[in-house]
Ligand binder design. Structure first.
Ligand code: ADP
Ligand code: MG
Length: 270
């Protein structure tokens, strides 16, 4: 199958390959072998994501979102096709190099926050630095972890254990942990999947803030409401990208938070 041209609602065709691209995927296919059967999970995905973008990946269950994210996150390789991350061809790299690339260039946030229990927020955030090359000295580790926690609004919770934090706070710790190695790209798989509406708005506010400060973000979500905070939305179906559009009107988590606060304050006064 040939590659499907991207549908862009603004009508502008992006250049074939631009120097600022953080992600370039070219005709990626993914097959899984399951005994006798072969599952064709990605059927020719081509896409480019530029520095500073905030992209939502949507699509029904089984459409290939996780398969694509695993490739973008260097957790898996496409069966055929090309993946260039920040100018570096990923195909053919061995596990050790892939791990090094992940540690250096990528931050991950998941639906289940994946924090270590009986471990403080600070220790959780320090963790990725234990595996960095060159080694980060203890003092610098502490400092950077504290700064990352401050950046996500948890400067006053560094000594708290995971189970002493709310779901939203735990997800903030996970975001701080994802940021502490200063990644080029933040990958998030359903980051608000376990959070209530208000907390989801908070986390989207944090993502919008980080994106405004230059961080590139790619996020899987099945909620249209959540995709509306992003700048660009890709929709997958049956292993291909069937739509690629820009949100002309974007939700602003900051504005919505302020409105919610106001309503609550009025309710308290009434
Ligand atoms: P999504 O994340 O959109 O739900 P996935 O990428 O997980 O989609 O799955 C795409 C297709 O590939 C599905 O048909 C799924 O069953 C299949 N699949 C995913 N992972 C594996 C695997 N490890 N082994 C076999 N089949 C898989
Ligand atoms: Mg999935």
């Amino acid at each position: 199958m040939g590659s499907i041209p991207a549908v862009n609602q603004l009508g502008a065709t992006p250049p074939a390959s631009s120097p600022g691209a953080v992600i370039r995927v070219e005709d990626a296919h993914k097959y899984y072998e399951l005994g006798e059967t072969r599952v064709h999970a990605l059927r020719g995905v081509s896409l480019e994501i530029q520095r500073g973008e905030f992209v939502a990946i949507m699509g029904a269950s089984g459409s290939g979102k996780s398969s694509l994210m695993n490739i973008l996150g260097c957790l898996d390789q496409p069966t055929s096709g090309e993946y260039v991350l920040d100018g570096l061809g990923v195909a053919g790299l061995d596990r050790k190099r892939l791990a090094a690339l992940r540690n250096k260039k990528l931050g991950f946030v998941f639906q289940s926050f994946n924090l270590l229990t009986r471990t403080t927020a600070l220790e959780n955030v320090e963790l990725p630095m234990l595996y960095s090359v060159p080694i980060v000295a203890l003092r610098a580790r502490r400092q950077r972890a504290v700064r990352a926690l401050e950046r996500v609004g948890l400067g006053d919770r560094v000594g708290h254990y995971s189970n002493q934090l709310s779901g939203g706070q735990q997800q903030r710790v996970a975001v701080a942990r994802a940021l502490v190695n200063r990644p080029e790209l933040l990958l998030a798989d359903e980051p608000t999947g376990n959070l209530d509406t208000r907390t989801s708005i908070e986390i989207m506010g944090l993502f919008q803030e980080l994106n405004e400060s230059g961080l590139t973000i790619v996020m899987v979500t099945h909620e249209v409401d959540i995709a509306a905070y992003c700048k660009r939305v890709l929709v997958m179906r049956d292993g291909i990208v069937i739509s690629d559009s820009r949100n002309k009107v974007r939700r602003s988590a900051h504005t919505e938070r302020a409105a919610l606060d106001e309503v609550e304050q009025m309710a308290r006064l009434a």
